[in-house]
Structure formats: structure tokens, C-alpha cells
Write a protein that binds this ligand. Sequence first.
Ligand SMILES: Cc1cc2nc3c(=O)[nH]c(=O)nc-3n(C[C@H](O)[C@H](O)[C@H](O)COP(=O)(O)O)c2cc1C
Length: 607
Amino acid sequence: MATMQEWLERLEREGDLKIVEEPCDVDLEIAHIAYVEVKRDPSKVLLFRRPVSRKRGIEYDIPVVMNMFSNFEVTTKFFGRHPDAIAKEIEELMHLRPPEGVVQKLALLPKLFGLKNVFPKRLRRKGLCQQIVKSASQVDLDELPILKTWPEDGGPFITMGQVYTRSLDGKMQNLGMYRLQQYGKKRLGMHWQIHKDASHFFDQYREAGRKMPVSVAIGGDPLYIWCGQAPLPYGMFELMLYGFVRNEPARLVRSITNDIWIPEDVDIVIEGEVDPEEMEIEGPFGDHTGYYTLKEPYPVMEVNAITMKENPVYQATVVGKPPLEDKYMGWGTERIFLPLLKTTAPDLIDYHMPENGVFHNLILAKMEPHYKGHAKQFMHAFWGVGQMSFVKHAVFLGAEAPPLTDYEAVTEYVLNRISPKRLLVTEGIVDALDHSSPHPLEGGKLGIDSTGPEVTEGPKEILDDGALLAAMRAIDGSVKDLKQIFTHTKNPICIVSYEKSRSVQALFDDLKALHDHLKIVVVVDAGRNDIENHYMLVWRVTNNIDAMRDLRTEPFIMVDATDKSGIDGYEREWPGDVLCDKDVLEALRHKGLIDIDDTFIERFGLL
Ligand SMILES: Cc1cc2nc3c(=O)[nH]c(=O)nc-3n(C[C@H](O)[C@H](O)[C@H](O)COP(=O)(O)O)c2cc1C
């Protein structure tokens, strides 16, 4: 077990840390620098030694660490071994059988002995994180370098808070990573979404008419925050996973003002109470979907105490368009949770959530199908279990498919097997952040079964892009451009850039005339999408579509990935893209704090 400070020393020794000595503003500057850095490969962990708020005239005593999960290697260091090795250990435990003979019995001992580390240890003393104690009258959240990460954010947010809560009866404890909006000196917005464990606990307190104690920790061993985002089932305390991965139990101390136990070596702890009667508007916030989440009421925590180490470090992250730090956190989660997912889908071989599908928008899964409908059975299983049920688009491939991270080969494989009959469109729950569905929290799901043999028929006649564009423009002059890709497969994709003045469904009606030349058409908004940039197109399309509304299959597959509004019968507010502040980017470039050119800006849709 190592503290944040010890980790930073090691990362510096091993060349993984970049220290920024220049004063950088908590208002956008730090976040923009980290946002650019995490898009490099490999990116570095960033330590901002002198955070300031120029607007409020503050020079903070506490440095800010960003991009802690900066690449695969650094993330592996935090786990202590490759996440596949951890998955293997979990798999072995799940398949334990009574040992036969002395040799097997002895071999079993270390595994069972290791399990004792799963249970956190409660220490009857103060923790390192309680060296400094600020009581209710001394609490001032402005002393922490809390970042405003995006121009249109509703204010500053704690973006890497470990939120510790417990059930009303005290029997369950939970660690979740939820963002917290700062309201003034003593109040924080608790963005635990309705599906999350802390929200379930909150419901218990509300029903009982009792205030809910909460302790929010920041920093310490980076594995704590990774555990906070891990999708463990309701009722399982995430620090048990910590003990398993670290091979050492988490060491906890009691919070000063409530009965919640927190790791003794975290950097900062914010303690308080949530009054179930009080809600406040939370957001907007530039989110990890690459869109803003809009204003919504959420519970509020009244801060009663802040405790910290003598020399704390404030850990934060910036989310937005991919790739982000959560690419590496999510990679660890994906690998480690494979054996657990296999318990619901036993013939699953592997799965992968590409970062530009922002996790809940796209999953690729490889399986060994044994009977008709097997892939569809798995789709329902995925959509019915825990946080996997947020996934909007699930693509299943057969056992002989290429590795799931070989996107070019995987796309070819799928396109050679796709047909309207092999699609499953249904409804289910969607992530609270999803903006595409007609109603919050529930929406369309698309499953693609490409476990079968290749389809036999391709398009009757492939036109070149110029001829096809002319044919489309003759139908609708608002078609601005198009590009056909994967034309060597049975189902080429035609990406159409469209200046929308009517519903794309009406355009689809007219495009049917081109059925000899088209197999899959995907329409995106002109001006907001680069049809050559496949990485960002996957991000846009999987974000923007609700399969129940935006997918048609006759006479060919048509996908409307444009932004929706009244003309599409969409009645919610469609959120804006998360974009950097141009002046801040320019100033940072000028100061030499970021080194990017216009190609980089376009590639990742920064402006
Ligand atoms: C960077 C990052 C930010 C997150 N922010 C939130 C958030 O504000 N609200 C939320 O409900 N989940 C958020 N999550 C997802 C949760 O951490 C994740 O669903 C976790 O498993 C929830 O834990 P729980 O099941 O114990 O509630 C975030 C995840 C990451 C990686």
C-alpha cells in the first residue's frame, strides 16, 4: 500500500510524471492542459504545483494531480500486475473445487489465505487523513483547488471524489465515484444517479425522514478511486475489491463527525450530511459522453468538517470527448470483470468496450454460439444485469472473429455478417447521461448478431462517391457530402453529411429509390462532423441514436445519427457538445503549456 505522495515519487522516478511549476488556473486552464495531455499516447500524469484562481485572487497551498490513470502501463502499476492476471485469479477462485490429496490442498492454501485481505481493517486511532481537522465553523471549500473543467459548467466540481455512504441500518457500506458540484463554502451537490448504490441508500434515509451521513475522500492510493467506479453489485463494499487486488486489506478509520469509515491514508476528507428534504439544481456539466449533462435537481450535502493530511494532494480529472483518463480506468474494469460477466453468459469468450463508444454506448463481445438465438439470449442477459444494462448497442461476434481491439478487422467481420434479420431492437434502461432517447432513463437498444455465417448478397451496384452524391443531391439538395467505406464487404457503409431542415426519416423515404446501391446509410449533421474522422464518427453515432426511433431496416439499413429536435418529435432539450474555450487554448499554446496543432484540434473535436 502506498500513499499518493509515494506513488507520485515513484512515477517521477520512472518518468511517468510531468510537473507543472507555472501557476495554472483552476478555472479551465488545468482541465484544458490535462484534456490535451490525456489524448497523447502514452500520456503522462500531471502535477500542478501552483494552482491559482485569478478571478478570486487565490493561490492554493494544495497541488492538483490530474490524469493519474494516464496510460496502460501506469494503470498496470497501480494494479500491481496486469488486470488479466487479476481476472485469472478471480476466475480460479470461482472455480474452486474441494482439493484431492495433499498437493492440491497445499496449493489451495495461498488462495484462501489471500482472501483474508478482502475484508477492510478498522483501526481504532486517527488516520493520516486526520492530521488537520477543520470543524464546521472553519470549513471553507474555497481552500480546496476545486476545478471548473468546461466553459458552460454550472460551477466548480469535485471530479474524483470517493463518496462513502452506508445503508440506513448500517449493514452495508458503499464507495461510489460521483461528481460533486461546489455551492459556496459549505455545500456540495451529490450527483449519484438514480441507478447507483448511494442513491438507493438515500431513498432509505428519505423514507425514514432522516439525514444521511456522507464522507467524501480525495486522493490516497489511486486504486481507491478505481474501486469507486467499479460496477460491483449492490451491497458489496468496493474496498473488498481493493483488498483483493492489492493483496492487503484497506485500512480504515472512523470519520470525525459520523460513523462512516474511510481509508486512513487518503489526502482529504469532506464530512457532512445530506438532508433528504433539500434538492438543488445540479449542472450543467461537460460530461464523459462528450456532451453536457443538463441541469437537474440532486441532493445536497451540508459540510460539517474537512480533515486532511499535512501535505495533501488534490486529485481531479477532466471528462469530455474520448480518449480520456476513464479509457484506462475502464480498461482495467473491463478486464477484471470478464470472469464475473461470464457467470451470466457462460459461453462468452471476451468483450471489449471501445473508448469512443464511451462505455455504455457500445460493447463488442465474442462468444461460442451453441444454439439458435444464443447471441440474442446474451443480449437480453447483458441488458438485464447491473450496469451492463446501460449499454445501448451490443455487437456479438463468433469465436473465430479477430481480436476485439482490431477495429478494422472487427468491422469487416461484422459487415460481412450483418442483415436486418440479425438485428434485435428493443427497449430497456439507459444511462442517466443518455441524451438520445425520447424520455430520460429508458430507451432503445440495438443488438447485432454477427455470430452466424457471412451473408451472400452485397449491393447490386456500387457507384463511386461522386456519382452517388449526385444521385442523392438530385433527391435532396441538403445532402452536402458523402463517403462510402468498407466497400469491399457485403455491407458497405455510406456516411452522409446532411444539412437538416426536415426530419431524416423523410429523407430516408426518398432514399429508398437508391436501394440498388446502398446497404447501410448513416446520416450525420453537416458542419458538426468530419466524415473522414471515423474515430469521432463512432463517438457521435453511438451517442446520438436511439435504435427504436433512428434505425430503419427496409429496403436497407438506415441510421439517423443527427441531433434531434421538434422536427423529429424530440421534446427534451438536446445538449451541446463539450468544447474547449478557444482563448484559453490559445493562451496555453502561447505559454508553451500545451503543444498542439490544428490537426490535433480537429482530430479530437476540441473546438
Ligand atoms: C470519471 C467518472 C465520473 C463519474 N461520475 C459519476 C457521477 O457523477 N454520477 C454517477 O452516478 N456515476 C458516476 N460515475 C460512474 C460511477 O462511478 C460508477 O457507475 C460506479 O460503479 C457507481 O458505484 P455504485 O454502483 O456503488 O453506486 C463516474 C465514473 C467515472 C469514471
